[in-house]
Ligand binder design. Structure first.
Ligand SMILES: C[S@@+](CC[C@H](N)C(=O)[O-])C[C@H]1O[C@@H](n2cnc3c(N)ncnc32)[C@H](O)[C@@H]1O
Length: 234
């Protein structure tokens, strides 16, 4: 299961307060405080930051261990351990978000379409859908394997490698814990923004697509940021 052992070390590896603030600022620019569902919320850094700004948050993630990390930060937010492809147990929201590459864990084009349908059906009329994805440039960047090694405070050493092939990104984690070696293998898919636009159109008006938060349109960078408004007819 991905994000089981990684959950314990996720914030140590990737927590970045400036980046969290950049996501919050991006969202605030397009929608003031409202009811929001965050899909694939991970350890809840952005969830918690949005709650502090007055957004009424609910959040979900597939990994119970990530949910546990998030709950420890803010036990007042309702968190659900579930798949973002099925929101049927949840109500409707003024905004739904899926942030920080989480979208790229949708591995099948059919999953993307299902997710867009689900988000549409669980947004209020004219509600807002925020998501970001890896940029196509990431595929070129990781053709050459990238590696990081290090050690956490509890003495666990780790190796983290990222490599791409075709439209796939492979991330491999090795944790050398006191109990022995634990490995996690993650697979992400990078979608062409032109294809995503076509799939969004039946459900949403695309308000903006930016690269790396502030550069309008699709241009060289790490991530594309989509802001969409629910269409009332499909
Ligand atoms: C890169 S992390 C990002 C977490 C968080 N959004 C953040 O800003 O740090 C990706 C998260 O997506 C979650 N995830 C992957 N596939 C999912 C799915 N189908 N439904 C819900 N969560 C999923 C993982 O468990 C993980 O917590």
């Amino acid at each position: 299961m991905i994000y089981s052992t990684l959950a314990t070390y996720y914030d140590d590896l990737v927590k970045d307060e400036q980046a969290t603030q950049a996501w919050v600022t991006w969202i605030e620019r397009h929608k003031s405080a409202c009811s929001m569902l965050e899909c694939a919320c991970g350890s809840g850094e952005i969830t918690h930051a949005l709650a502090l700004k007055g957004y009424t948050m609910q959040a979900l993630d597939l990994s119970q261990q990530m949910i546990d990390q998030a709950k420890a930060k803010d036990p007042t937010i309702p968190y659900y351990c579930q798949d973002m492809k099925d929101l049927s147990a949840l109500g409707s929201f003024e905004a739904i978000a899926c942030l920080c590459d989480s979208f790229n864990y949708l591995l099948d084009p059919e999953d993307v379409i299902t997710f867009f349908q689900q988000v549409h059906d669980h947004l209020h009329p004219h509600g807002t859908f925020f998501f970001d994805t890896h940029a196509l440039d990431r595929l070129a960047e990781f053709r050459q394997e990238w590696n990081e090694t290090g050690e956490f405070c509890d003495g666990t050493k780790y190796q983290w490698s990222i490599e791409s092939e075709d439209d796939w990104i492979y991330q491999d984690f090795a944790f050398y814990t006191k109990a022995g070696l634990i490995q996690e293998h993650h697979l992400q898919r990078v979608y062409d923004p032109q294809w995503l636009k076509t799939q969004l159109e039946p459900y949403f008006e695309i308000e903006s697509i930016d690269t790396d938060f502030t550069h309008p349109g699709i241009c060289p960078g790490e991530k594309y940021f989509y802001v969409c408004t629910r269409k009332e007819t499909k």
